[in-house]
Design a protein around this ligand. Structure first.
Ligand code: HEC
Ligand code: HEC
Ligand code: HEC
Ligand code: HEC
Length: 391
């Protein structure tokens, strides 16, 4: 640790020296729009996405939810690297077992090329689930109107104008539905309650697409996603144009046949069984919360977005990595957990189920952007608090 920190300091020193003697920028250097870059930075977008915007720096692995989690999986898939990791980090087997989320996030370059910027505005102000097979969702942000405007402008500037196509026509619905099965779309995509077999975690539920993309863009995308963006991850399926048009019409005109969301059960109550700190740490705070609420003194100064502020939210000073840190906010935990339980009923869709309509609580529920704790785990935390937080 000491050694690598010393190296880091040397490297940082060199960077600082270079900055003190700036080299003239080459004439064709890309222009940084400071307003746009600042908005993407305020939202911490680079922690979870590769952001294709000039002036937005890639998050270092130690700050990137995506890159660090992917790194853990990569190391574990290589027996030599894994053996070394186990030596350095005694808890490695637990890490590799637990890390599940942020291993995949949608590529923003493909999103910027195809999505309607005004849809992006509503999504940033009120994110909801788009991919039923991806457990994590976008976090709620606390960005102001100017910051949201700046991000929407960047989406508008990157949007690709596709070639014109015929207007959607209901006469194509039956043919489109048939092709949806024949051409394999339903193996990857869900589509409301019409198709619920799709398994690709990155494939969006196509019931939202009519609000997100223009009819022309959908045809072009189905024919060849890479013609809109080289970052697109859907394979080109080699369809004839009339088939792509029929599929587009099916996607924008068919009734998704949503089923209403299952009613939210009664809120869990505190368990009467004795609960230990070790259980709370293993099942809740150590497994999930501490990754955003770190204690800087034991993390080389890093505190995480839930402590130092992030996604536009101001700092809270809350660390959930130690017993003392958790006990310090014990009175706020029940509310935060129950808020997420409610919010998730609206935010997270199960295949085929429409999300519930409800007013969001003013403060975001916890864990932010992730599925709520199970009722069993909430009951455990409530019981532990009621029993006086035994160590
Ligand atoms: C904590 C991780 C995280 C952060 C930070 C984050 N995102 Fe996301 N974002 C996601 C995930 C996960 C999804 C996929 C959600 C889904 O499909 O339900 C997503 C989806 C999106 C989408 C939809 C793309 C598509 O193809 O459907 C857009 C647009 C987007 N993010 C923009 C942003 C912007 C702009 C920021 C910064 C203001 C940002 N994200 C910050 C995790 C994150
Ligand atoms: C330096 C590496 C690193 C970074 C950066 C990192 N994590 Fe993790 N994360 C881990 C490890 C290791 C685990 C497993 C820990 C354990 O089980 O004790 C984990 C587990 C998790 C879990 C619980 C398991 C799962 O995947 O659902 C969540 C949630 C999580 N991290 C969220 C985040 C978020 C959000 C960020 C970005 C703000 C982030 N992490 C950044 C290393 C990292
Ligand atoms: C191998 C899995 C796979 C198959 C098969 C597949 N898709 Fe996709 N599709 C994806 C993924 C992944 C994305 C998101 C791509 C990205 O973000 O780069 C996507 C995106 C889309 C989008 C954009 C939707 C939106 O709301 O953003 C449309 C439209 C679409 N696919 C239609 C189809 C149709 C029609 C078929 C069948 C002809 C099909 N897809 C077959 C994986 C697949
Ligand atoms: C993805 C990152 C992330 C994860 C994971 C996360 N938090 Fe937070 N947390 C935040 C952010 C950002 C804020 C600041 C939001 C605000 O100002 O309300 C916050 C604020 C809080 C607050 C103060 C606001 C309130 O509700 O009183 C509490 C308490 C809290 N978190 C508890 C938790 C618990 C418990 C968990 C695990 C179950 C958790 N957090 C997981 C990011 C996270």
């Amino acid at each position: 640790m000491m050694r690598s920190r010393a190296i880091a300091v040397v490297v940082l020193g060199a960077v600082a020296a270079a900055l003190a003697h700036p080299v003239a920028a080459p004439a064709d250097a890309p222009v940084v729009d400071a307003r746009v870059a600042a908005a993407f930075s305020a939202g911490d977008c680079a922690r979870c996405h590769d952001v294709p915007v000039v002036g937005v720096t890639k998050a270092a692995r130690l700050d990137s939810c995506k890159d660090c989690h992917i790194w853990i999986r990569d190391v574990s898939s290589d027996p030599l690297k894994r053996a070394k990791a186990v030596e350095v980090f005694p808890l490695w087997p637990r890490y590799e077992k637990n890390v599940r989320t942020y291993l995949k996030s949608p590529p923003l370059d493909a999103a910027m090329a195809r999505l309607d910027p005004e849809w992006v505005r509503t999504y940033l102000q009120d994110p909801h689930d788009l991919r039923p097979n991806l457990p994590e969702t976008m976090p709620r942000f606390a960005l102001d109107a100017e910051q949201v405007d700046a991000i929407v402008d960047a989406f508008a500037a990157a949007r690709v104008t596709p070639p014109p196509s015929p207007k959607p026509d209901a006469a194509n619905l039956a043919r489109g539905e048939q092709l949806f099965g024949e051409k394999g779309c339903e193996g990857c995509h869900t589509y409301g309650a019409r198709h619920t077999m799709g398994v690709d975690p990155l494939a969006p539920d196509l019931a939202n697409t009519r609000e997100r993309m223009s009819p022309d863009a959908i045809v072009t995308w189905i024919l060849n996603p890479k013609s809109l963006s080289s970052g697109a991850t859907m394979p080109t399926l080699g369809l004839a144009e009339p088939d792509a048009i029929a599929l587009r019409d099916y996607i924008v005109l068919a009734d998704p046949r949503w089923k209403p969301a299952t009613a939210l059960g009664k809120a869990p109550v505190a368990t009467k069984a004795p609960v230990t700190w070790a259980q709370v740490e293993e099942r809740v705070t150590g497994r999930i919360c501490q990754h955003c609420h770190m204690k800087p003194e034991i993390n080389q100064g890093r505190a995480g977005p839930g402590n130092a502020g992030g996604f536009g939210w101001p700092p809270t000073g809350i660390e959930l990595q130690t017993y003392e840190g958790v006990v310090a906010v014990k009175d706020r935990l029940p509310d935060a957990l129950l808020r997420r339980r409610l919010e998730v009923h609206r935010d997270v869709v199960r295949p085929g189920q429409q999300s519930a309509v409800l007013t969001r609580p003013a403060l975001p529920g916890m864990p932010l952007g992730l599925p709520a704790l199970s009722d069993e785990d909430i009951s455990l935390v409530l019981g532990w608090i009621e029993q006086g937080c035994p160590k």
